[in-house]
Structure formats: C-alpha cells, structure tokens
Write a protein that binds this ligand. Structure first.
Ligand code: RTP
Ligand code: MG
Length: 139
C-alpha cells in the first residue's frame, strides 16, 4: 500500500534526556503503529550518508556531527498518509514555530536539536527505512 509508511529517528539529545518513552507515546497516541524500532549510534560517516541530500546546505557539517554524537532511536511507522501526518505530528523544523501539541513543541531545544526526524516523501521513507532495517526486523 503506497503512502502508509514513514521513517523517524529520535535524535541524540532527546535520547540522552530520557524522552524515548514520551516521544514514543505521542507517536502511538497519534495513530501510528511501530513496524520496526532500534537504538543505535551513527558514525559520522553513516550520518553523512543519511543526510547526503543536505550536503550543500550550510548546516550539513554541524548536523552530521550532532546526529553522530550519541545514540538515536530509529523507527519505521505505519499509518494512512504516514509521511504527511507524521510531519504534522512533529511540527515545524524550528521549535519556535512548532504548533502546540506537536512533538517538537514539547521536546525540541533548538532548530538543530529538534527531537525527531521525519521523512519528507514516500520515496525517502522507503530509502531511510532500508538504511536501518532489514526485512526480518519489520513486523
Ligand atoms: P528532519 O529532516 O530532521 O525531519 O527535519 P526537517 O525536514 O524539518 O528539516 P530539514 O530541512 O530536512 O533539515 C534537517 C535537519 O537539519 C537541522 N537543521 N539545522 N541550523 C539550521 O539552520 C538547521 N536547519 C536544519 C535540523 O536538525 C533539521 O531537522
Ligand atoms: Mg528533512
């Protein structure tokens, strides 16, 4: 079924601050089903590869360093209209612009340390899920 999968990471600061449970609760209460989940740490090289689409952006080097500084939690999520609905649930990239009730409004500390990643298209959701999970890790 096209459009029913997205990919997320709980970013290093949110993991370090013990917000895995709070964020996961908001995800499940938002109607998403967790298909796959793991705590892992990206090397700088792997973070650079994950964010390759941003390599010309001014924040790329800082982002790669930030995302590899500690463990993250990666998840594949399922829901109708998953990509768009998940971006609504997480809120704006900059937490100062994130709406009330969103994950970033509650847990983000800055535009970089913004608690969670969310895929921006169905195609990228597939690519990003495949980056972390094999077929036998999905249920
Ligand atoms: P994400 O990919 O993490 O879900 O976030 P997004 O789509 O809302 O934002 P995007 O433009 O894809 O940027 C990816 C991540 O880079 C960091 N960022 N820093 N310093 C800056 O101006 C800046 N802008 C973006 C954020 O961590 C953002 O989530
Ligand atoms: Mg993005």
């Amino acid at each position: 079924m096209a459009g029913n999968i997205t990919f997320t990471m709980i970013k290093p600061d949110a993991v370090a601050d013990n917000h895995i449970g709070g964020i996961t609760q908001m995800i499940e209460e938002g109607g998403f089903r967790i298909v796959a989940m793991k705590k892992t740490r990206l090397t700088e090289e792997r973070a650079g590869k994950f964010y390759e689409v941003h390599k010309e952006r001014p924040f790329y080097n800082d982002l790669v360093k930030y995302m590899s500084k500690g463990p993250i939690v990666a998840m594949i999520l399922e829901k109708d209209n998953a990509v768009e609905d998940f971006r609504t649930l997480i809120g704006a990239t900059n937490p100062e612009q994130a709406a009330e009730g969103t994950i970033r409004k509650k847990y983000a500390k800055s535009i970089e340390s913004n608690a969670v990643h969310g895929s921006d298209s169905d195609e990228n959701a597939q690519i990003e899920g495949d980056f972390f999970f094999s077929a036998d890790e999905r249920f």
